[in-house]
Design a protein around this ligand. Structure first.
Ligand SMILES: [Zn+2]
Length: 265
């Protein structure tokens, strides 16, 4: 984790909670993504007992104002002086699937920072995903973030023509996570992609995605993306996430035809 000066500069900084872990019986070590893009860990003494100091218990889908104590006791781990809720996004926690999706974005962000050495500032992008829940667009914004990650990491799948017969595809297609290609449903098995799910995928991958509005996605379109975007990103970049198993089960339970074939594509 990189440590920049903003954790000791005084005054609160806006931050997201990336992960928290137990330390002894009642303490927590909490890792934050600060608005500057830096990742900082903080020591929250008696956090699990102190509902007065930390009533939010570092609820994940939320933005905080965090202050660290100035005196570090020899190490880099600073004590959290205060951590006040700036804004919570409880709609994300209303559905276990959405909560797991948010947790997977945080895990992805931390792991790609640690293991791929990415140094982009994700704070604004992740806040945008949180705010999308206020207009019930969280599920779409989640997939948009993942597809934008493919662009940022240069792992763009080829979604134009069939990877087998090389002809244009004008209907539903099958997507191969391993081959990074789409196929006619008659040409090759794969994860089902509706026409609109593929349009959305292409749209976000293209340079125009910030200018034009993306196509509106139905529940069925989103289920197709559930089975493909995170799996593709993590497979291509070689990072398996802890939160991924649960999300994979959700995706596969909504796509019964693909369930027994998932290992092959
Ligand atoms: Zn074909």
């Amino acid at each position: 984790m990189c440590f920049q000066s903003d954790a000791g500069r005084g005054g609160p900084v806006k931050a997201l909670v990336i992960r928290k872990r137990d330390f002894g019986e009642s303490d927590l070590i909490v890792e934050f993504l600060c608005e500057t893009g830096a990742l900082h860990s903080g020591f929250a003494a008696s956090a699990k007992r102190s509902r007065r100091r930390f009533p939010h218990q570092f609820f994940l889908p939320a933005i905080y104002n965090v202050e660290w104590t100035r005196s570090a006791q020899g190490g880099q781990l600073k004590r959290i002086a205060s951590c006040e809720l700036d804004q919570a996004f409880p709609k994300i926690a209303d559905h276990i699937e959405d909560y797991a999706r948010w947790a997977s974005l945080l895990e992805w962000m931390a792991r790609s920072h640690d293991e791929l050495g990415q140094s982009l500032n994700y704070f604004e992008a992740l806040c945008g995903v949180l705010h999308s829940s206020e207009s019930n667009q969280f599920h779409t914004a989640y997939h948009r973030f993942l597809i934008e990650e493919m662009r940022r990491h240069g792992v763009n799948p080829d979604l134009k023509d069939c990877g087998s017969c090389h002809k244009a595809i004008h209907a539903e297609s099958n997507f191969s996570v391993l081959e990074a290609k789409v196929f006619h449903t008659d040409c090759r098995p794969g994860w089902r992609l509706t026409l609109k799910a593929r349009d959305f995928f292409c749209h976000v991958l293209s340079d125009e995605s910030r200018i034009e509005d993306p196509p509106f996605l139905s529940t069925e379109d989103l289920q197709c993306l559930d089975a493909t975007t995170l799996a593709f990103l993590t497979t291509q970049l070689g990072l398996e996430l802890k939160s991924q198993n649960f999300l994979r089960q959700i995706a596969e339970s909504s796509l019964p035809t693909a369930r027994d074939q998932s290992a092959s594509f």
